[in-house]
Ligand binder design. Structure first.
Ligand SMILES: O=C(O)C1=C[C@@H](OP(=O)(O)O)[C@@H](O)[C@H](O)C1
Ligand SMILES: C=C(OP(=O)(O)O)C(=O)O
Length: 438
């Protein structure tokens, strides 16, 4: 966790002079967009994505699939449907070079796709991508019949020597460091000759809603998936081999990226409306309705979207975030402004996210006068009167949005490299100042 000297730009985080009242149209979900792209690329017929997220992570995914021969036409759909991407699957092939950036979804979901391509596919990415775990995918693919050259550390860089097809079958993995290992193997599973049976043998498994999202989206394109929830064994997922359908999918707003805007209502005692909040979803951000209500807000889900209202009071919370780890930075920011202490549990795997999020949150909130300490699996946050200062972001989009939340309540907070929000929400600074009526 080091500060990158290349990022000296400082963004004065706007301070809220009163209760925020706004409607914020949040762009599409990263997790849904990148799964939809992979499934469309593996399908046997063309598919469409409406309102896909256009951000660094999703553009890297699209670029990588194009490198392997998939045709993705970006355009605008008929009236009212907004941006639409048409995906025309073709025979996947190498040689290709994939830049994963620092996108967990790209670095984990694509090596199985590359194993199905004909020819070598080299994977590389940001320096931090070399530190993020990939062993679950690499080791599993080898068991399933793939040939992979790597340096033996279980991380990038690596080359997958695709043979045009993969045996597949049963495999055991330890996915305690990332649910994305499971999702990666399931997404390509229908195209393996024997399908795939993934058995998680680790101590814990984070981000279960993201695995449910994978299963739901696979079923929606015609795959047969057996899961622990559908009566199967605990920690075992089975995908039957078969062709995938092309789909016309409208991408839901990214509910994890709605978090800072909901937090703004909570922190300022205001009201924020997020249009198109889905009535039913696998996105972990949906848990914010419950978590931010416990922290002092109230919400109403209508046909139009989610109306979230702050009461003026912010309460601390004791919560297990293992299923919804990506919400931790935003919850920690709100907790630092609360009227009582908080304990955030179940998120030791965040040490291997975009940055070591537990260390980064502790350091940056404490440098503004806070009192945060790391535990074995999370954070203790004792609210203190905070003061202005520089909030470093360590090339982590969710650190930047967490700093912006604190800046609403604390004058003089400057966010270093706010542009890092481009990973999943390039419009963040404009949406934020728009919300504040600036
Ligand atoms: O599959 C996905 O789309 C994601 C799964 C989670 O990863 P981990 O299980 O590695 O935390 C989550 O944190 C990440 O932001 C997105
Ligand atoms: C952990 C995250 O991303 P990634 O998909 O790179 O793992 C995140 O967006 O919070």
């Amino acid at each position: 966790m080091t500060v990158n000297p290349a990022h000296t730009s400082l963004w004065p985080a706007p301070h809220a002079s009163g209760a925020v009242r706004a409607t914020v149209h949040v762009p599409g979900s990263k997790s849904v967009t990148n799964r939809a792209l992979v499934l469309a690329a593996l399908a046997s017929e063309p598919g469409w994505l409406r309102r896909p997220l256009r951000s660094r992570d999703t553009l890297l995914m699209a670029a990588a699939l194009r490198e392997m021969g998939v045709d993705i036409e970006e355009g605008v759909g008929p009236d009212g449907t907004g941006e639409t991407w048409r995906v025309l699957p073709t025979g996947l092939h190498g040689p290709a070079t994939v830049d994963v950036g620092n996108a967990g979804t790209v670095m984990r979901f694509l090596p199985p796709v590359a194993a199905l391509a004909d020819g070598p596919v080299r994977f590389d990415g940001d320096p931090r991508a070399y530190e993020r775990p990939l062993h679950g995918v690499i080791d599993a693919l080898r068991v399933l019949g793939a040939r992979i050259d790597d340096d033996g550390r279980g991380t990038l860089p690596l080359t997958v020597h695709g043979g045009g097809a993969l045996d597949g079958g049963p495999v055991e993995i330890d996915a305690s460091s990332s649910s994305q290992f499971v999702s990666a193997l399931l997404l390509s599973g229908p195209r393996f000759n024997q399908g795939v049976e993934v058995r998680h043998i680790g101590s814990s498994l984070p981000s279960l809603p993201h695995i449910r999202m994978t299963v739901d989206m696979l079923r929606a394109v015609g795959a047969q998936v057996d899961t622990p929830e559908s009566g199967g064994e605990p920690n075992v997922w089975r995908v039957t081999p078969g062709a995938l359908l092309g789909r016309d999918l409208t991408v839901e707003p990214d509910l994890s990226n709605a978090q800072p805007f909901l937090a703004a209502a909570l922190v300022t005692g205001g009201k924020v409306v997020i249009p198109d909040w889905p009535a039913r979803t696998t996105q972990p951000g949906d848990r914010l309705r419950e978590i931010f209500t416990e922290m002092g807000g109230s919400c109403e889900l209508t046909e139009y979207g989610l109306e979230f209202t702050g009461s003026g009071a912010i309460h601390g919370i004791d919560v297990d975030l293992s299923e919804v780890g990506e919400l931790t930075p935003g919850i920690a920011a709100v907790a630092a402004l609360a009227d009582s202490p908080s304990t955030l549990r179940g998120v030791s795997h965040l040490r291997l996210h975009e940055t070591d999020r537990l260390a980064a949150l502790t350091k940056e909130i404490n440098e503004l006068g806070g009192d945060v300490s790391e535990t074995a699996d999370g954070l203790h946050i004792r609210p203190r009167r905070l003061h202005g200062g520089i909030f470093h972001t360590y090339e982590d989009h969710r650190m930047a949005t967490a700093g912006a939340i604190i800046g609403l309540a604390v004058e003089g907070v400057q966010i270093e490299n706010v542009a890092t929000t481009a990973k999943t929400l390039p419009d963040f600074p404009d949406l934020w100042t728009g919300m504040l009526g600036a």
